[in-house]
Ligand binder design. Structure first.
Ligand SMILES: C[S@@+](CC[C@H](N)C(=O)[O-])C[C@H]1O[C@@H](n2cnc3c(N)ncnc32)[C@H](O)[C@@H]1O
Length: 232
């Protein structure tokens, strides 16, 4: 048995060289029905089933023509959109490289980079019907910090969605339960006619993630009015 450590935490390696944490992760993957199903059905991630389940419940993909996938890697959500709506134009962005997906434009770039909104808009070629954000900041193991970092990404996603969505469009984002969620829901309610939240069955029960589903974007004018009200 060997020992290694980082940041004060001790990682114990098994006889075969895996850390106990990676061993647990591997076992969980092997026993996970969604992982098996994703492999059998050709999806790159078990996350694909979260979007499938959200779509079944909220009808997100019906009639969409332009879709943005923020935090696309490894590509499960875009595969779902592509399969359900083959004619849709899909643009995705991620920090990580993503293997090509037929019919999907992929950018390897930080969504928080100043150039990202313009580049995404140019690639999409028009207003979006649906903005998806499954982005999650790298966790540091401190729940409140993890929550705030991911909420920062979601808030940037909402701002961008309000600039690029067509009236009537929808925004879906992953959030981590924490404390800043109420502000997010309030912002969404000002800009969308229906705001709901859901934890799809494919989302692991021990994960603090849930999804916010905002439908019926009120339009840019309503957004600008709401911002002016806030500044008064
Ligand atoms: C849970 S994964 C997305 C899974 C994806 N929906 C799927 O079905 O395959 C979250 C992704 O968000 C990406 N991400 C996190 N912060 C980001 C940022 N600032 N800009 C772009 N992507 C980011 C991560 O690199 C990661 O690949």
């Amino acid at each position: 048995m060997s020992r290694g450590g980082s940041g004060g935490r001790t990682r114990v390696k098994t006889a075969r060289g895996r850390t106990a944490a990676s061993q647990r992760w591997l076992e969980r993957q092997l026993n996970d029905p969604y992982v098996r199903r994703a492999k059998a059905e050709g999806y790159r991630s078990r996350a694909a089933y979260k979007l499938i389940e959200l779509d079944e419940r909220f009808g997100l993909l019906k009639g969409v023509r332009r879709v943005l996938d923020l935090g696309i890697a490894p590509g499960g959500w875009s595969q779902v959109v592509r399969r359900q709506v083959p004619a849709a134009s899909i643009v995705g962005i991620d920090l990580l490289p993503v293997d090509p997906i037929d019919g999907v434009t992929i950018m390897q770039l930080d969504f928080m980079d100043d150039s990202a909104p313009r580049l995404l808009e140019e690639a999409l070629g028009g207003q979006a019907d649906l903005v998806l954000s499954d982005m999650a900041a790298n966790t540091v193991g401190h729940p409140q910090t993890d929550h705030l970092r991911t909420m920062g990404l979601v808030e940037a996603g909402v701002d961008f969605a309000c600039d690029i969505l067509r009236p009537g469009g929808a925004f879906v984002a992953k959030v981590l339960a924490g404390g800043a969620d109420n502000d997010l829901v309030a912002t969404l309610k000002r800009n969308f006619t229906a705001v709901k939240h859901a934890k799809p069955p494919a989302s692991r029960k021990d994960s603090s993630e849930w999804y916010v589903i905002a439908q019926g974007f009120k339009g840019r004018a309503a957004t600008v009015d709401a911002r002016a009200d806030e500044e008064r």
